[in-house]
Design a protein around this ligand. Structure first.
Ligand code: T4K
Length: 392
């Protein structure tokens, strides 16, 4: 609940007024489902004395996720980053792989960590997703694959990327960390490319505390990834594949199963909040709220606004002012992977190839959403931004 009303600039914390909120409002405050359901499952785990290593809770979780997404295989992992690494390795990617720079750093790191060069292609500024023409421009004889990212849960241009991959003999996979339950042309994300990688991190719309998965319809790929996440073991004392430890633990699967039951409610709140933000920020010069296609499903988890040059204040001034009010808005994924180490050293001239990435990175703010955020919080956030952007 807000501690004040906002009538003029004098009511803003940057001008000496108290902050609007006593406790911080976070982007990515975990949505926690029914506590009793979760605790009952945790008790079951303790009674079972089966804590990890492909236990019954993880198996049930994988089955439910695969059913939910309409895919053959869900291979649950300890987090989305390890899931990306394992998928990349199972697909046999090497040399160079094309990715957007406009993504969370894990997409690039999952390649670099394994000695593969991430090559950054520019985005379409309208969708924030890979621009297929830019992808074409980055293909070299060393390119072996493309990783599309469904940013903000909005599908990458899947058909166009698949056509490029087919034409050039490249592997295509997707980082679907934001896209659990999203659709592309009415079909649930999870079935596209060779495989798609999900994150169930605490800050995601649907979480298992830490967790991730690779989903695929490819039997062989799923089999290889199951071996890889468990050191390559097939039965006792028999290692038949190189591998690592990528296993999801039972408690995380329990959290996932409990949260699955309340996910529809979370999405309904997110959607309501997104509409409230769109209304609260309408008619503010230079501010626009990124829209979701009403014909597609999305978790409405990310409330992304863009601040253009016609706004009276800069993006950074708005973020500073919001933080002073205890509204911990984020600049995800500024400044873009290409500006972070080691990529800024590897590609000092990348910016000439990434004009849209740079433009979007300098405009973006992500605002708090989820079941802990109310429409009255959003009304206040709207009033604060409106006052900041007012000329007088
Ligand atoms: N690909 C993409 C496109 C991704 O976005 C991500 C992850 C991945 C791959 C990799 O998946 P994982 O390996 O993470 O499964 C956060 C998340 O850690 C990360 O999962 C997520 N993307 C990224 C977009 O956001 P940070 O470093 O910004 O998180 P942090 O610690 O600043 O937390 C965000 C806010 O949430 C803070 O205000 C604090 C609050 N919070 C956080 C946690 C964990 C809470 O209130 N409670 C909590 O338990 O990366």
């Amino acid at each position: 609940m807000s501690l004040k009303t906002i009538r003029s600039k004098a009511d803003l914390a940057i001008n000496g007024a108290p902050p609007a909120f006593a406790e911080p409002l976070h982007v990515g405050r975990p949505n926690i489902g029914d506590r009793a359901t979760f605790l009952q499952k945790v008790n079951q785990i303790l009674d079972n004395r089966w804590l990890t290593n492909n236990g019954p809770m993880v198996q049930e979780f994988e089955k439910r996720i695969a059913e939910n997404l309409g895919v053959k295989h869900c291979v649950a992992m300890c987090n989305g980053t390890i899931a990306l690494e394992i998928a990349i390795r199972a697909l046999g990617l090497e040399g160079e792989v094309i990715v957007p720079s406009w993504t969370f750093i894990a997409t690039a790191h999952a390649l670099y960590w394994q000695g593969i060069t991430p090559v950054f292609a520019d985005i379409d500024p309208a969708t924030h997703n890979l621009d297929p023409d830019a992808v074409r421009r980055m293909i070299t004889p060393r390119t072996t694959g493309i990783i599309g990212v469904h940013l903000w849960g909005r599908a990458a241009p899947i058909n166009e990327l698949q056509a490029i991959a087919d034409e050039h003999g490249l592997k295509l996979m997707f980082d679907a960390a934001h896209a659990f339950g999203s659709t592309y042309k009415g079909k649930t994300i999870g079935r596209f490319g060779s495989c798609e990688v999900l994150s169930f991190h605490a800050t995601k719309a649907f979480n298992t505390m830490e967790g991730g998965a690779v989903v695929t319809n490819d039997d062989k790929l799923a089999e290889a990834m199951k071996l890889m996440r468990n050191f390559g073991f097939q039965g006792y004392d028999n290692v038949i594949h190189p591998g690592t430890n990528g296993k999801m633990i039972e408690v995380c699967a329990a959290m996932g199963l409990a949260n699955l039951e309340t996910l529809d409610k979370v999405i309904a709140v997110n959607r309501l909040n997104h509409t409230a933000y769109t209304k609260a920020l309408a008619n503010i010069q230079g501010i626009s709220v990124l829209a979701y296609d009403p014909k597609e499903r999305n978790s409405y988890h990310y409330v992304v606004i863009e601040v253009d040059n016609s706004c009276a204040v800069s993006r950074d001034q708005i973020v500073t002012a919001l933080h002073a009010e205890n509204i911990l808005a984020r600049k995800y994924f500024w400044p873009g992977c290409h500006k972070m180490k080691p990529y800024s050293d590897l590609y000092p001239y990348a910016k000439s190839m990434l004009p849209n990435t740079i433009q979007v990175a300098n405009r973006i703010i992500v605002l708090p959403n989820g079941i802990t955020i109310t429409t009255s919080d959003i009304y206040i956030i709207g009033r604060i931004i409106a006052q900041l952007a007012a000329i007088k």
